[in-house]
Ligand binder design. Structure first.
Ligand code: MV4
Length: 449
């Protein structure tokens, strides 16, 4: 039984996890850097421990400080949230070696999915559709040329240690292959210290659709539907919605069933997300995320399941409390990521918050650690709030979102609220007609001064 959880994170996700703990009667321990001494996740915690200086490397990524904090506070589990140490297999293993439960999947599953070549092989073996391309690593230019020809141009060269968009290079035709090959290899070595690369057919206008799963490690696996995360800029998601406006119920049921069976077959435990590219009615696996994701609330809103609570329950050895047939999907949910940044230049905009008012009312959820007088520190990710809106259908959800964005007051710094207001007014967005490139084009066409 888990009685006390150390939350190895900051900001809204630390609060989110703390709330689940409180509802479950579990004590929580906050950790924080010197820069976060006044943060809301520290103020509201049962206990808090300072783990180091402002740079994340010395605090939120400091595995020894975090494990010491867990030991000192007698925590019997650690929830890593997202980012930071959440997909660090060595950290998960280290936590377990200290007889502390890691609230997430096994270190082996984290490691497997961190290697994009191994992950692709593993999921293909259990029936997940993948993109055509190389069978594993490509080790020479000659091999690359042959595989690219068989696959058909354009192709994409990806780093095995990549993910999140880093270390990718398109080759449009045979003439462009050598340069792309050398570039991708060099980039992979520089960025990840691992020059292993692989080749895939390049999809030019896909959507990014991901399926949420929950598994208890006793053979019980459910899917919680999909999220459409196509609206992103420079590989940072901006707005996510569930369900995807691009899928019909037949496609939704089919991919949910495929993913559930696959996750069962690999023996996965905890919450996880299988990411796909979706083009011309077909799904193609790209990555599996072995963590709680930023956008998990849109799934929670449409299925009424508390994902953090379930992660904690299964980490404590409990079986899932429901079957697939118990899960009902209701209405539509949209999440806007609100960043402390200039809505035109996208430069970070840290600083002190003046007046603050979070929207409320039926179907409106704000996950944020902001308060009036709080100073947003310059050291971390610029996301300062998530506005999640739920309604019976997409159109009502959009109307409610428009209202909630108007009601939101965050004075003293620039935020991406105006960007969201523009974006949700765009006819293509209103029609659900967008792919992974749509937002970049929208942003490029925004009027300048
Ligand atoms: C692709 C692709 C097109 N074709 N793979 C980018 C992040 C990484 N997780 C996978 N990514 C892509 N892989 C093939 N074969 C296009 C992207 C991509 C992308 C994917 C999801 C969301 C946004 C994206 C933005 C640019 C490129």
């Amino acid at each position: 039984m888990i009685e006390k959880i150390l939350i190895a994170n900051r900001g809204e996700i630390a609060l989110r996890i703390q709330r689940a703990c409180r509802e479950m009667g579990i004590q929580s321990v906050a950790v924080h850097s010197i820069a976060d001494a006044d943060a809301m996740h520290v103020r509201l915690a049962d206990e808090s421990i300072c783990i180091g200086p402002p740079p994340a490397r010395e605090s939120y990524l400091n595995t020894h400080a975090i494990i010491s904090a867990a030991t000192i506070s007698n925590a019997d589990a650690i929830h890593p949230g997202y980012g930071f140490l959440s997909e660090n297999a060595d950290f998960a293993a280290m936590v377990e070696e200290h007889d502390i439960a890691f609230i997430g999947p096994s270190p082996d599953h984290i490691r497997l999915m961190g290697d994009k070549i191994a992950a692709k092989k593993a999921v293909a073996d259990v029936g997940i559709p993948i993109l055509p391309g190389s069978d594993g690593e490509v080790t020479s230019l000659v091999d690359a040329q042959e595989i690219a020809m068989e696959t058909g141009y354009p192709i994409l060269i990806k780093a095995a240690a990549g993910g999140g968009g880093r270390g990718m290079k398109v080759a449009e035709d045979p003439a462009g292959l050598e340069e792309a090959y050398q570039f991708a290899r060099t980039e992979a070595e520089l960025a990840f210290g691992n020059d292993a690369i692989y080749i895939e057919k390049f999809l030019s206008q896909p959507r990014h659709i991901e399926v949420q799963v929950l598994a208890d490690g006793h053979g019980n696996v459910v899917h919680l539907g999909e999220r459409d995360c196509s609206l992103q800029r420079r590989h940072q998601k901006v707005l996510e919605e569930a369900p995807s406006p691009a899928l019909n119920q037949t496609q939704r049921d089919a991919i949910g069933e495929t993913v559930t069976q696959a996750v069962k077959a690999i023996g996965y435990k905890s919450a996880g997300t299988i990411e796909f590219l979706f083009e011309d009615g077909e799904f193609y696996f790209i990555e599996m995320n072995t963590r709680l994701q930023v956008e998990h609330p849109v799934t929670e809103m449409i299925c009424g399941i508390d994902l953090v609570r379930e992660m904690i329950r299964v980490a404590g050895g409990a079986p899932l409390g429901f079957k697939q047939s118990d899960i009902r999907f209701h209405g539509h949910a949209i999440e806007c990521r609100i960043n402390a940044e200039d809505p035109r230049t996208f430069n970070p905009s840290p600083g002190r918050i003046g007046d603050y008012h979070a929207p409320g009312g039926l179907g409106v959820r704000v996950d944020s650690g902001l308060y009036s007088g709080y100073a947003v520190p310059p050291y971390y990710d610029s996301m300062i709030a998530k506005l999640i809106v739920h309604a019976t259908n997409r159109n009502e959800c959009l109307m409610r979102l428009r209202r909630a964005l108007e009601e939101f007051v965050i004075d003293g710094i620039s935020t991406s609220i105006p960007l969201h207001q523009g974006l949700i007014g765009a006819p293509d967005f209103i029609n659900g007609d967008y792919d992974i490139h749509w937002l970049e084009t929208f942003v490029a066409e925004l009027p300048g001064d």
